[in-house]
Design a protein around this ligand. Structure first.
Ligand SMILES: Cc1ncc(C[n+]2csc(CCOP(=O)(O)OP(=O)(O)O)c2C)c(N)n1
Length: 209
């Protein structure tokens, strides 16, 4: 029998030349590239902890409680406000739980949406259990297969910044995945969902009082 082609279980699914980076550092680099009241939506747990720590903009939304909703929420904002750039940040475990959103985003093809995946290969906040992205599932290949042709691994911090800059002027949805270390998210986020929602709605101009 001939050997099966492709990646074998247990072979890292990310490119071997992708540097292991740091979530908070990448989040700070992302925010430093913004300047036009872009909406930034972060997923449950560490991604929103680090977004909070990187700077509490009124246009930031912090998802609480449910995995995999940062990209769907961002899609809604991108459709509702086509003149505004929207960026979403999600963990690999959360995205893998909600993969269908990639096909919806590809089909809707909003011109103003950038998706960022912080891939540490673990469900870190619940104890560090490995995700399929650690061994067998390549998130960028999945996204491309869903129709998001502008999907790429950031190979290092400079590459990440270059990809973000280009995504922020792209005319298609763009997905950027970064391999990150297992540093815990920063402490200190306010977990009041009503406050988070109201501030965001004022920040993107849909609540005026
Ligand atoms: C629908 C759902 N299932 C399970 C959980 C429990 N849970 C919360 S965060 C999390 C892990 C998230 O992993 P990932 O998105 O990779 O982020 P990381 O913790 O690695 O930064 C899990 C399993 C949940 N909150 N919601």
């Amino acid at each position: 029998m001939s050997k099966p082609k492709g990646k074998m279980p247990g072979t890292p699914a990310r490119p071997s030349n992708a540097k292991t980076m740091n979530r908070l550092d990448l989040t700070r680099r992302l925010l430093a590239r913004l300047g036009h009241e872009e909406a930034v939506i972060a997923g449950i747990g560490n991604t929103n902890f680090d977004l909070w720590a990187a700077g509490q903009r009124a246009q930031n939304f912090y998802m609480l409680g449910s995995m995999g909703l940062a990209f769907p929420i961002a899609l809604g904002v991108a459709i509702a406000q086509p003149q505004r750039r929207v960026v979403a940040i999600e963990g690999d475990g959360s995205l893998l739980m909600q993969l269908g959103c990639l096909t919806t985003i590809a089909a809707q093809a909003p011109r103003n949406l950038t998706l960022i995946v912080m891939d540490n290969g673990i469900y870190q906040i619940t104890g560090g259990q490995p995700t399929p992205a650690a061994a067998v599932s390549d998130i960028v290949a999945i996204a491309r297969g869903c129709g998001l042709s502008e999907s790429a691994w950031a190979l290092d911090e400079e590459d990440f910044e270059r990809l973000v800059a280009s995504a922020l002027s792209a005319r298609k949805p763009v997905l950027i995945a970064g391999r990150i270390d297992d540093s815990p998210g920063a402490e200190g986020i306010s977990r009041d969902p009503v406050q988070i929602r109201e501030r965001f709605m004022r920040g993107i101009g849909v609540r005026t009082c």
